[in-house]
Design a protein around this ligand. Structure first.
Ligand code: ADP
Length: 420
């Protein structure tokens, strides 16, 4: 069974083609500058040189057609023809309250995704465009939706409701949804396997720290709270997003600098976070290097980011505890021993005993424990694999083996699973 995974953004389409029987990625690629003009495709195939072709894609349908042609014809082909593709999995950012797990897309599901697009006006419309484009280019192939929000739909009301006029929730469904669901799902199942426990017996804090950053409090294997909210802007300090701030600040700054609501929104999403603090960097590697060379603002940025991580650990320890483990994942979580060390320092009183040597050695891949042997609460570094969750959901839905992620046994939940 060959599965095409698609992630359609407003001006890009990322894809990967996966052979389920052989458990191997056949090709990965990206069409950039869709609609914007100057579009091109880049495709990587293991053992081959990258393939690049410039071709105008004025819409998502042309981009998807280009992807299909690249995979099936000419020098970059990896499958003989489109009939080899058994299904297409679509990343859909917002599933609102309706979608609590991955689903096969039909007219009614597509309409329901449309109904919640006001909650993610930048993300859901291109996701919908991708679904419509595949339906037109590959009309016989089943489409499956995998939602960023679905894993967090187990949160209780007291965690997802804001202290705002209640009718905002009733009228517009203003509430916490949370994102990065497939990543939190994957690393929480892996952590349970590393602990030698059933997932439903584990209490965890999972920290996805990349450009986007979100944390999840997991009790008995399910999400009971998460740091991102109605949108991905809430929570931790991120690459360019501010995370938690006094909600009065936007109004104050709009008056001070005569900003429109859209300008304010752009500043909080694109010019804040570690970029805002340092004034020049989003990549934590640049920040760490500059801090080592004595840049005060970069040093301050590391202190702010790691302090906020520590505060979330404290808060979620209270929410999810008694805790089994804290898990670090994504670009920063998997690779930056320094940020992990700064976040976990002096937490012995909470039962987290960092082993500095293990932590320094846990970089560049592999699942590692970074606390000392006697630590009551463990800390792990676990490389995330969102693609695998995606592919397993699609394969299981096609086979009729999946009703809901909570009742489904993923391959990576098994103790003998070997990460890719
Ligand atoms: P996203 O998918 O949200 O774009 P990633 O999970 O790929 O982000 O993480 C990207 C970030 O990971 C980069 O911005 C960089 O800051 C960080 N990163 C990667 N490697 C390292 C490293 N060795 N040390 C510190 N940060 C790193």
């Amino acid at each position: 069974m060959i599965i095409l995974a698609l992630n359609c953004g407003s001006s890009s389409v990322k894809y990967s083609l996966f052979d389920w029987a052989r458990k191997q990625t056949l090709a990965m690629g990206l069409v950039e500058r869709v609609i914007a003009g100057g579009s091109f495709i880049v495709q990587s195939v293991p053992g081959r040189e990258d393939f690049r072709l410039e071709k105008e894609c004025p819409d998502h349908e042309t981009a998807i057609d280009l992807i299909i042609r690249t995979m099936t014809e000419g020098p970059a082909a990896v499958i003989p023809d489109i009939s080899a593709i058994a299904a297409v999995g679509h990343r859909v950012v917002h599933g609102g309250e309706r979608f609590t797990c991955s689903v096969r897309i039909d007219a009614e599901v597509l309409e329901a995704i449309r109904e919640v697009q006001h909650l993610a006006p930048l993300h859901n419309p291109p996701n919908i465009a991708g679904i419509e484009a595949v339906s037109s280019v590959l009309p016989q192939v089943p489409n499956i939706a995998i939602f960023d929000t679905a894993f967090h739909q187990t949160m209780p009301r007291h965690a997802y409701l804001y202290a705002l006029p209640y009718n905002w929730y009733e009228r517009y469904r203003v509430r916490r949804y949370g994102f990065h669901g497939t990543s939190h799902l994957y690393v929480s199942k892996r952590a349970a396997a590393l602990l030698g426990k059933a997932s439903c017996d584990c209490n965890l804090i999972t920290m996805h720290i990349g450009n986007g950053v979100s944390h999840c409090a997991i009790r008995n294997g399910i999400s009971i709270d998460t740091s991102m909210g109605l949108t991905p802007l809430e929570g931790a300090v991120m690459g360019t997003r501010c995370g938690d701030i006094d909600p009065a600040i936007p109004h104050f700054m709009m008056k001070m600098e005569n900003l429109t609501p859209d300008e304010m929104d752009n500043l909080l999403n694109k010019k804040s976070g570690v970029l805002g603090i340092t004034g020049r960097f989003t990549d934590r590697r640049d920040i760490i290097q500059a801090a080592r060379q004595g840049d005060e603002r970069c040093r301050l940025c590391l202190e702010i980011e790691s302090y906020r991580l520590r505060k979330y650990i404290g808060a979620y320890l209270a929410a999810a505890g008694p805790l089994d483990a804290v898990v670090f994942t994504a670009g920063v979580g998997e690779n930056s021993w320094l940020i992990r060390q700064m976040a976990l320092q002096q937490l012995q009183h909470l039962g987290i005993h960092l082993d500095e040597q293990r932590n320094r050695e846990a970089v560049g891949g592999g699942e590692k424990i970074i606390t000392g042997d006697g630590s009551p609460i463990k800390a792990f570094v676990i490389p995330t694999d969102e693609e695998l969750v995606f592919i397993e959901d699609v394969a299981a839905i096609l086979d009729g083996r999946y009703a809901h992620h909570m009742e489904f046994t993923y391959s990576f939940a098994r103790p003998d699973f070997v990460p890719r």
